[in-house]
Design a protein around this ligand. Structure first.
Ligand SMILES: Nc1ncnc2c1ncn2[C@@H]1O[C@H](COP(=O)(O)OP(=O)(O)OP(=O)(O)O)[C@@H](O)[C@H]1O
Length: 790
């Protein structure tokens, strides 16, 4: 292990020295030069073999224009070949054009040159080995090992004798095999075992005998024909990533042995797993880690200058007089109620100042709490909030609004160290706390957010702040938004980044959903996406999207098995009340389901509403949205509905908000981002190269399209029987299962499910749950289908 790590770090450091910071054009020029040079060397070497004796006398006449060499590349070829082959490494010199060609190709195609240094090192080791080994024959054929090969061989022989050199060469060969080809005795044994099985199965199956006689390669190429074509990776569109399984004969043989011998299958699986790891490591070594950002490799994050400083060039202006005045008022008011103060301290925030009071000994905190309204009245200010006691501090806090509130610009929070250095999956800079600290939280940890507040108090600005934060930190490959905007005006600006950051249903024109009926389809489609993602996580044997993506990047998951890099999906619903009013349970159920289950697979919900009543924010919704934001609301009841505590009714509006993620409630001033700023950001992103289309969500076939139950046997899909077998074997009636197992499109799988329902094999549609399978086993299925045809 330690050794492995060391070699890894070595190669990364060498990679640094390799990437000479050549521009793209220079790389292409330099790459083509190397390729041309390698071709020239190859032909020189090749022809040198036949002409070296003729040309040797010419070498001293290199400058003579009239002298002609017999080498294909004339004097240049003769001289270079003489240097490399005769004076150098003999036959092994052919590796030089090969290494040059590989290097040239890497540069030409702009590939990651991480593994090049390793290739050169191993190439040189191989060259020396071959030339020393061929040095044994130098007397008969001096060209085989070259001068260096001969001299080295001779030198070693002087000390170790012929046998010693031979043993040394065997040892070096062993080192090369182990380090370069991961040679292990078990691998060697397994190879033989698989060959043995292959021969056995060839005997058992005479049809393949004739073909099988040739070569294992023959079998591999045959199986390739049967395999579906190599899929191009969804994100990189690269085809150059060799499939994990098709490479080795072992996997190709697996299906034949599956049924025949259970013991054997178990053995194969472990080998396969080991091999997958080894292959993944090799793929990473050759191609580097999978980079989901590669397709939009030139994507530029929006610069901070697009955001407006909103006048506040930094810090808050402290009005000493105001501070003193408020302090005196608080002290005298409390005195009126016979509450003595031992100490008072002020913390100035952007919109409110917190006065922390340590009451004199013996004063009951509940007494202060009961006086809340009276104190507010005496201070004659709106938006006073009393926190008695401040959790974990043992003091009483009185928040008094500043006369001149400072706007917290989005620019200041995005530029803050805290946000810039945030190592979070989906960092959100909400704004600033009362002590003027930037408040950054991770949406993926929330994991869903409920935002409520009366109209005009800053909800839309809050939503924009959330989206902007993510846009400033995440690449289009890493996150996708599903935007629902029944008001039709709030989120339209994000249309410009449709092909970068938005996700939509395959058949919809607009990525931003404004029609409530479409919302239901989208939510159900997200549920399907969720199920599909869980299935992927299950087959990858990981617990969450983060682990999955790490594994995928390490190339341990084969794209040919349906694995792909999973971006986070953030569903934003701007006016949830409107949706609940029109669609009711139909949206509540999928939302609750997503909220309950989607956290692990990277789907996060943000729902905003201006009507925080109990029939909108229902118990189910509340239970699944622990992170909540309340902007100013009009009544204590509304505040309770959102936060389970009062306080939101005492806010001052304009982005003044309370945030809770469980117990504590934090008062924040929401960062302000104006529409023109959002427009600039979306313009900036939208003007860059994009994906061909928005990220497509799985197709959702609505209930209405599945109602025509026509049990016409002749109209059945060709894959009907296979589908029925899949469903009955798995005892799970889902279209996505058919889709996956039989590699069909969703529409076709949906049609087959309808036919299965008509045939009485699966039960009726049950929302997002899988249908019930009505046939218990394969025997019953055979009976049922046989009876149909009678
Ligand atoms: N964080 C903030 N800082 C300063 N001013 C703000 C902030 N948030 C909102 N405002 C002010 O409040 C106004 C209304 O905000 P916004 O449009 O976000 O309200 P809303 O709650 O979405 O209203 P509606 O529900 O009617 O859409 C803004 O135009 C802006 O002037």
């Amino acid at each position: 292990m330690a050794k492995k790590k060391r070699t890894k770090s070595k190669s990364t450091s060498s990679k640094k020295s390799f990437s000479l910071k050549l521009s793209k054009q220079n790389k292409i020029i330099f790459g083509s030069l190397l390729i041309v040079l390698s071709i020239a060397l190859f032909f020189s070497f090749l022809s040198y073999f036949f002409t070296w004796q003729d040309d040797q006398s010419l070498l001293s006449e290199f400058n003579d224009r009239n002298a002609q060499a017999s080498n294909l590349l004339n004097k240049f070829g003769a001289a270079v070949s003489h240097f490399f082959m005769f004076k150098g490494f003999g036959l092994a010199s052919f590796a030089f054009p090969l290494l040059l060609a590989i290097t040239g190709l890497y540069l030409f195609l702009g590939l990651n040159g991480k593994s090049l240094v390793g290739k050169w090192i191993w190439g040189l080791v191989g060259i020396i080995w071959v030339s020393v080994a061929l040095g044994f024959f130098a007397m008969e054929q001096p060209l085989l090992g070259g001068l260096i090969g001969f001299e080295m061989n001779d030198f070693l022989q002087d000390y170790a004798g012929k046998i010693g050199v031979f043993l040394l060469l065997i040892f070096v060969l062993m080192v090369i095999l182990v380090r370069l080809f991961n040679f292990t005795p078990e691998g060697f044994a397994n190879f033989f075992r698989s060959q043995q099985q292959k021969i056995k199965s060839d005997f058992k199956n005479p049809n393949t005998e004739a073909k099988g006689k040739n070569d294992p390669e023959e079998i591999i190429s045959l199986s390739f024909d049967e395999e579906p074509e190599l899929k191009i990776d969804d994100y990189t569109h690269r085809k150059d990533i060799p499939p994990l399984q098709n490479e080795a004969g072992l996997d190709v043989n697996l299906p034949q042995d599956d049924k025949a011998d259970i013991d054997l299958t178990v053995e194969q699986v472990t080998v396969e797993e080991e091999e997958t790891d080894v292959k993944a490591a090799k793929l990473v070594k050759d191609f580097g880690e999978f980079d989901p950002k590669l397709e939009l490799g030139n994507y530029k994050f929006p610069p901070i200058e697009l955001l407006d400083p909103h006048g506040a060039s930094g810090g808050i202006t402290i009005n000493q007089e105001e501070l003193e005045e408020n302090k005196n008022k608080i002290v005298s008011t409390l005195k009126n109620y016979k509450i003595g103060i031992a100490q008072i301290k002020a913390t100035i925030g952007p919109t409110v100042t917190l006065y922390e009071i340590v009451p004199e000994a013996g004063i009951r905190i509940s007494k202060i709490k009961n006086l809340e309204d009276d104190i507010a009245l005496s201070l004659a200010a709106l938006g006073i909030r009393i926190i008695a006691p401040i959790p974990g501090k043992g003091t009483v806090g009185i928040e008094v609004p500043n006369k001149n509130a400072t706007v917290v610009s989005m620019r200041s929070v995005i530029a803050s160290n805290k946000f810039q250095k945030a190592e979070m999956e989906l960092p959100i800079a909400f704004g600033k706390t009362i002590s003027n600290e930037t408040f950054v939280v991770d949406l993926s940890k929330m994991p869903h957010l409920l935002m409520a507040g009366a109209t005009g108090q800053g909800k839309s600005v809050g939503l924009n702040a959330v989206i902007t934060s993510i846009l400033y930190k995440k690449h289009p490959a890493e996150v996708k938004f599903v935007l629902v905007d029944p008001k039709k005006v709030e989120l339209t600006l994000y249309n410009k980044i449709e092909r970068h950051f938005l996700a939509k249903l395959p058949d919809s024109d607009e990525a931003i959903i404004t029609d409530n009926n479409k919302v239901i389809n989208t939510l159900n489609s997200l549920c399907i996406e969720m199920d599909n993602r869980y299935e992927l996580l299950k087959t990858a044997m990981v617990r969450n999207i983060k682990e999955y993506n790490v594994k995928f990047k390490a190339r341990k998951l084969n794209p040919n098995d349906g694995h792909k890099f999973l971006p986070y999906i953030v569903l934003v619903i701007d006016e949830f009340a409107d949706l609940i009013m029109t669609a009711g349970k139909e949206v509540e159920t999928p939302i609750a389901r997503l909220a309950q289950l989607a956290r692990a697979i990277g789907i996060h919900l943000i729902i905003a509403t201006q009507r925080p009543s109990v029939n909108v924010i229902t118990g189910i919704i509340k239970a699944n949205f622990p992170a909540r934001i309340a902007f100013r609301v009009t009544s204590k009841i509304d505040s309770r509905t959102i936060l389970d505590t009062q306080g939101a009714d005492q806010l001052i509006g304009r982005g003044d908000m309370l945030y809770t993620q469980g117990n504590d409630v934090t008062r924040l001033q929401c960062a302000f981002v104006d529409t023109p700023e959002v427009a600039k950001i979306t313009d900036y992103i939208g003007s860059q190269r994009a994906y061909p289309e928005a990220h497509l969500l799985p197709e959702y076939v609505g209930e209405e399209s599945g109602t025509s139950l026509d049990n016409n046997i002749s109209d059945r899909d060709a894959m009907f029987r296979e589908a029925a077998e899949v469903i009955v074997t798995a005892q799970q009636g889902s279209a996505s299962l058919i889709q996956r197992k039989l590699k069909l499109g969703y529409n076709r799988a949906g049609r087959i499910i309808d036919q299965l329902e008509a045939a009485g094999i699966v039960g009726p549609f049950e929302g997002s749950k899988a249908r019930q399978v009505l046939v218990p086993d394969m025997y019953a299925l055979d009976q049922l289908l046989a009876n149909e045809t009678k």
